[in-house]
Design a protein around this ligand. Sequence first.
Ligand code: CS2
Ligand code: MG
Length: 403
Amino acid sequence: MKIRDIKVIVASPGRNFVTVKIITDEGLYGIGDATVNGREKAVVAYLEEHVIPCLIGRDPMQIEDIWQYLYKGAYWRRGPITMAAISGIDMALWDIKGKAANMPLYQLLGGASREKVLIYQHVGGLTIEETVEGVVALKEAGLEAIRAQVSIPGLPPIYGTGKAKDQDSDVFRQGLPTEEVWATHKYLPLVPKLFEKLRDTVGYDVHLLHDVHHRLTPIEAARLGKDLEPFRLFWLEDAVPAELQEGFRLIRQHTTTPLALGEIFNTIWDCQQLISEQLIDYIRVTSVHAGGVTGLRRIFDFASIYHVRSACHGPMDVSPVAMGANVHVDRWVPNFGIQEYSGYTEATHEMFPHSWSQDKGYLLTGEAPGHGVDIDEKVAAKYPYERAYLPVARATDGTLWSW
Ligand code: CS2
Ligand code: MG
């Protein structure tokens, strides 16, 4: 079998998605996600100019060799654009292999370790009361794990709060990044109050999670983790930007609140120290950003030695294709933790017919060969690319902030 053609399809059925379609000379094809939210066209150029010409005529069964060729062979290793391009190609190749073998991807990986994949979904409120209401509603809908966020009183709503902004695509379609306001000293005492109220209301049966979006320093994160201990969070996510991996030692020394990290990581080298020193509990790498199925498998196997569990990033901007790849990896991976699932617009579901499905607080892989996700190119053509950015955060004095 040989790779005959590779197409890159860009469409925006709610969010911009970059989808790779690898077509073989035997008519089999595979699909991969290569989306980098807010920087989509950079991956398109990388693929079209520098990757695709090198792959035409190659054997699509040689997944590992193609992965190494694109990683080592480029000389310029790692980075979000390179790794998203590799991820898209890798996912599509695993899809082809699954179709050729007539097996779902989780079978190719070694078979199922579980029947269904635990997910968490998001609630964001302008006030503590609003967030509590949202959590109660999701719990009643059958969710077993819920992420809770709240706006800071007196400041405009921040990302992930208000009307669940990270699920409201209008915010991301304003042409240029919107600017949000941040105040750590107001946030730090607020979050424990939210979780106190949540535990009083929903008890301890449901898992509760919180995402800090990299906004704190290690000692502030240590304080927050300590204050949240009575409320037994499933995890505290992205407490601090993790370029300085050893910075997490400080947080770890002070709190038993479990820590999750890694949605922006691209390779094992971004988390090698975090994992081997057991500084985190959950590694959030996802198929589209960390080297596809091949990359995830390598990182999760390494993490398993150190009691670190998988927790693939799964917001709306990780396409249903990458979600398919994630769910198959989740079904297999022995050290599975949880899968994030933010849901998609109707148009996104229509554009990507998929065999995975949601059953209350779980995702099911389905039994279609490969990762079981396709792309309807006619639907894609109805939703052209629109430039869109994530917001930017500034402190109240104007200082640019991490988020
Ligand atoms: C978030 C994401 O899902 C999460 O945990 O951190 O909403 C993230 O901000 C976006 O995926 C960025 O593209
Ligand atoms: Mg996050």
